[in-house]
Design a protein around this ligand. Structure first.
Ligand SMILES: Nc1ncnc2c1ncn2[C@@H]1O[C@H](COP(=O)(O)OP(=O)(O)OP(=O)(O)O)[C@@H](O)[C@H]1O
Length: 312
């Protein structure tokens, strides 16, 4: 792999890669981002995870200097985002656009390289993005995943210290996603800071060192996958409860230590801090059977944590 120099000046070497303080962004009546404080350290791979409309793209746009916060401060390597972008410290891989279908993969990267005063060699970035063997192929014949790796190669030309990816694998199949992320992870091992927005829990859990969970324009959790799971403590008790009447459901919901009840046909799901007490109640006071008790998984944590924010 090519050795690269990513610390282009003293400020870039010493500051947080990204620093947000009290950042808000309004669009008319819509408060897309509501008071974000966030620090990304150089070399971290961070997933920005949240449901539709959470404020992920709005935040990424502010880090890229494409829009300004309504209030608050955004700094990238200790400088205003536009300055960091102008110095080639930041690059982005967006979901769509930016490719000429009739060019080959190599021609596309070479054309982009010709626009930079100080560009890395074309062959090196093709290699790093894992598309050297596709260099002669027309862009139109590349799959969605291959086109994303091409965008990734283009983003590497300026050797950015920070790479931003906005839902980079939307619409890719499992194999496309896997090879895209293995290229990103290989590259990040070399010290690049990566922030990617995603809807996919497994993607965040599998490929990020840290997950920042955002909902309704606020950060609702920040930590590793296991730390986020632990935040939504408790268990899920599932049972078959045929024809459960509303009175029985109301009693279940009112039990001590029950945080929520979902009824799906004959199935009842209870989110409970004391699963033993809930199981005892179900078996002795109701017609429930086929009980199953499981620990929360990341998806439960996601729904619990983002649901709480949406309720506000
Ligand atoms: N230019 C705009 N004008 C008006 N409202 C906007 C604009 N851009 C974003 N919004 C609103 O701000 C909120 C946050 O949007 P944003 O695109 O940042 O969310 P997101 O987390 O990226 O969502 P998705 O995962 O669906 O892309 C949404 O309610 C959206 O409708």
């Amino acid at each position: 792999m090519t050795t690269t120099t990513r610390s282009r000046d003293t400020r870039a070497a010493t500051a947080s890669a990204v620093r947000l303080r009290g950042v808000t962004r309004r669009f008319g009546d819509v408060e897309a981002v509501r008071g974000l404080d966030l620090d990304l350290q150089p070399g971290e791979v961070v997933a920005f995870l949240g449901p539709n409309g959470a404020g992920k793209t709005t935040t990424i746009d502010m880090i890229l200097g494409l829009s300004r916060p309504t209030t608050g401060e955004v700094e990238v390597f200790g400088m205003p985002p536009r300055e960091a972008v102008a110095r080639g410290l930041v690059a982005a891989v967006m979901q769509t656009g930016g490719l000429l279908k009739d060019l080959t993969v190599r021609e596309t990267v070479a054309y982009m390289a010709s626009l930079f005063a100080d560009s890395r060699p074309v062959e090196a970035v093709l290699e790093e993005a894992g598309i050297a063997d596709l260099a002669g192929r027309r862009v139109a014949s590349c799959s969605g995943g291959e086109q994303q790796r091409l965008r990734f190669a283009m983003a590497l030309l300026s050797d950015p210290a920070l790479l931003l990816l906005d839902e980079p694998t939307t619409g890719m199949d499992v194999e496309g996603r896997r090879s895209f992320w293995s290229a990103i992870r290989r590259d990040a091992a070399d010290g690049r800071t990566v922030l990617f927005a995603t809807h996919y829990l497994e993607e965040a859990d599998q490929y990020a060192d840290r997950i920042v969970l955002i909902s309704g324009g606020r950060i609702v959790a920040d930590g590793t996958g296991p730390q986020i799971r632990a935040l939504a403590s408790g268990r899920v008790v599932r049972a078959t409860l045929p024809g459960a009447d509303p009175q029985v459901i109301a009693e279940l919901a009112a039990l001590d230590g029950v945080d929520g009840v979902d009824v799906r046909g004959d199935q009842v799901h209870l989110h409970a801090r004391d699963s033993d007490a809930v199981a005892r109640h179900l078996l002795t006071r109701t017609a429930a059977h086929d009980l199953e008790i499981t620990a929360h998984n990341l998806e439960d944590a996601f729904l619990t944590l983002t649901g709480k924010e949406q309720d506000r």
